[in-house]
Design a protein around this ligand. Structure first.
Ligand code: AMP
Ligand code: MG
Length: 192
């Protein structure tokens, strides 16, 4: 079974997932879509994960997305574990917002549910400033709000196409434990 988890950069997706894995990691396999993308796009001279959306054309990205989707679907069919795919609903490129889950991904990977992790814009801005390991875009509230709306638009299209529900988790500052419990209980429900 595949659950796709998304969220704006800085929403706390990876942090929440890592904490959930400490508790129920025996039942879940996390696959980072970005990490799998990196393996494929190295041939284009992409050396850092934040370069994918800056150096590649939409066609190059989609070709890699399809390859990753097929790979993930194959793993999901071979395992009893729940596959949690850490990815993005939309990616900000110089060409515009690109869907992280286009039709071609949906048709190659059977998704049961979508999760969206979000929080207040101020908190996202602060978290991005703190993360020195990444080349995150410097965005203000308006830009973050627009990206958030695009993400929700993509997820609503995905829900309509797949029939899969969209679970939204608000990861407020100082309440990581609450988000972790929410995600954990949600995933355990799928495993019942
Ligand atoms: P992350 O570490 O999750 O932010 O992912 C790193 C990078 O991988 C992102 O900035 C995107 O460029 C790329 N990536 C992740 N998921 C997708 C996707 N579904 N489609 C295209 N690119 C993706
Ligand atoms: Mg992340």
């Amino acid at each position: 079974m595949i659950i796709v988890i998304t969220g704006l950069p800085g929403a706390g997706k990876t942090t929440t997932i890592e904490a959930v894995m400490k508790e129920i990691g025996d039942k879940i396999q996390v696959i980072s879509f970005g990490t799998e993308m990196m393996k494929i796009v190295q041939k284009y001279g992409v050396n850092h994960r934040d370069e994918i959306r800056k150096k590649l054309t939409p066609a190059q990205i989609e070709e890699a997305q399809i390859e990753v989707a097929k790979y993930i679907d194959k793993i999901a069919k071979e395992t009893k574990k729940l596959i949690l795919v850490d990815t993005h609903a939309s990616i900000k490129t110089e060409f515009g917002y690109l869907p992280g889950i286009p039709d071609s991904v949906i048709y190659n990977m059977k998704i049961s549910g979508f999760v969206y992790i979000t929080t207040k814009y101020e908190e996202i801005i602060k978290r991005r400033e703190k993360d020195v390991t990444r080349y995150r875009d410097e965005e203000d509230k308006v830009e973050i709000s627009l990206h958030n709306e695009m993400n929700l638009a993509v997820l609503s299209a995905c829900a309509i196409k797949t029939g899969a529900p969209v679970k939204i988790i608000v990861n407020r500052d100082g309440q990581l434990e609450k988000s972790v419990n929410e995600l954990k209980n949600y995933l355990l429900r799928w495993l019942e």
